[in-house]
Design a protein around this ligand. Structure first.
Ligand SMILES: [Zn+2]
Length: 154
C-alpha cells in the first residue's frame, strides 16, 4: 500500500477535503476511474481524447470544487464514496443516490468541461444549460411565492 500524504504514489491523490472524510486515495481513484469511463462513453465525438484526459480533467474539476456542489454551494458527501452506490429505482434509493458526488457535463457531453454537483442536482438539471436550469429554479420559486401570496390574500 502506498503511503498517502507527502509520499503518496497515487497518480490522482484524493484531495484533502476527501481524505478528511476518511476516503482513501485508492477508493477516490476507483470513483474517478468510473466517472472518467462514463464521461468518455457519453462523449460521441470521433477521435475523442483517451481516458487519461478525462481522468485529469475530472480530477481538476474536483479540486476546483473545493468539495462543494457547483450549483447549490452545499458540501458534497464525499464520505459516500466509501459505500456502494445503491441501484437506481425507487424513491428512497433515488434520494440516497442523490447525495453522491456527481460529475456534470457543464457545456454538453462533447467536451471536457466538468463541474461537480450532487447526483440529485445533476438529475434535476438534466440536459439543461446552467442558464436554463437557473430559469427553471426561479420559475419554481416564483410560482411558490405567488401561491403563498394568494393564500395570504384569501
Ligand atoms: Zn494517496
Amino acid at each position: 500500500m502506498p503511503q498517502c500524504g507527502e509520499t503518496c504514489a497515487h497518480p490522482y491523490p484524493a484531495p484533502a477535503f476527501v481524505r478528511a472524510l476518511k476516503v482513501p486515495c485508492a477508493r477516490y481513484g476507483e470513483w474517478l476511474e468510473k466517472q472518467a469511463q462514463s464521461c468518455r462513453l457519453r462523449d460521441k465525438r470521433e477521435g475523442k481524447p483517451g481516458i487519461e484526459e478525462y481522468r485529469k480533467r475530472i480530477h481538476q474539476a474536483v479540486l476546483a470544487s473545493e468539495g462543494r456542489d457547483f450549483y447549490t454551494g452545499e458540501p458534497l458527501e464525499w464520505n459516500r464514496l466509501n459505500h456502494v452506490l445503491p441501484l437506481s429505482g425507487g424513491r428512497k434509493r433515488h434520494l440516497q443516490r442523490g447525495h453522491y458526488p456527481s460529475v456534470d457535463h457543464y457545456t454538453g457531453t462533447s467536451c471536457l468541461d466538468f463541474r461537480l454537483c450532487s447526483a440529485l442536482v445533476n438529475h434535476a438539471k438534466g440536459p439543461l444549460s446552467h442558464q436554463q436550469f437557473l430559469e427553471l429554479c426561479q420559475k419554481v420559486v416564483s410560482q411558490r411565492q405567488r401561491r403563498e401570496a394568494a393564500k395570504r390574500a384569501a
